[in-house]
Design a protein around this ligand. Sequence first.
Ligand SMILES: [Zn+2]
Length: 293
Amino acid sequence: MDTDRDIVRRYLCDDARDTRIITTRLIESVNAMLSHQNMPIDVRKLCQEMAAAAAILANILKFEGEMILQLKGNGPINFLMAECSSKGQVRATGQWEESIKAGSFRELVGTGHLIVTVSPTQGKRYQSMVSLNSDSIAECLNEYFKNSEQLNTRVWLSSDGSSVGGLLIQRLPSEGGYQRKHEDAWSTVAALAQTVTEAELISDAGPVLAYRLFNELHPRAFSPWPVIFECSCSKERSARALQTLGKADLELLFQDQTVINLDCHFCGQLYLYHRADLEWIMSDQLPKSERLQ
Ligand SMILES: [Zn+2]
């Protein structure tokens, strides 16, 4: 079987039915999403890892909405953000200092937080965070799952800048409570998953990797869940950023320039606003989307 490209895929093992296994391997989507952003390689890799994590977590969502991961730190990379919708639309962006040099994850991001937001299309947004006190994004996420009293979950991620792979294992609630055999099955899956290498994640994270790692448990692959790069920006949504400046400041801006240009950090799309748009910008007709800009 060929290795997945731009796919999230789930597996079930008959001998470990209470364990969810998910792989993802993203190539075209994570290159397209960064093609408008001239990122240094270390920023690019982390951005792609965030996108792979967002895609895996969006795949688990039981409702329509978005999975949003934000990293805020005080290192040379001070902001990273990746989102994936429950339809598999991914996008990501980041901010970094021009003087950035190669370094470890801790050196690059410094101290701060990884913020995980679940944003349903209908209903309340749920947000929680974990300190950036680990050696990778995957480890931060493992810490997040450990702290948030959710299902026992572990994540592995790796990117080389042009391809990113991810693996997640999650222990599902057992019918009739946990029993010894379920505990053993989870331990086996966790021990096998632990052997995965970064090179395997980058080149094989799909059925090839799942069969190699969990061969003895006879994993069965579910249908592929495609991931594509798609930006949800619009002239209305960008206008909301202008609205926050306030009418007086906007009027001053329009005295200095006839057109205000705003470009989308995610996709590079340029939006133009003229003096005649001012009333519309300040009106309450703009969408009150819950989506982060
Ligand atoms: Zn955009």
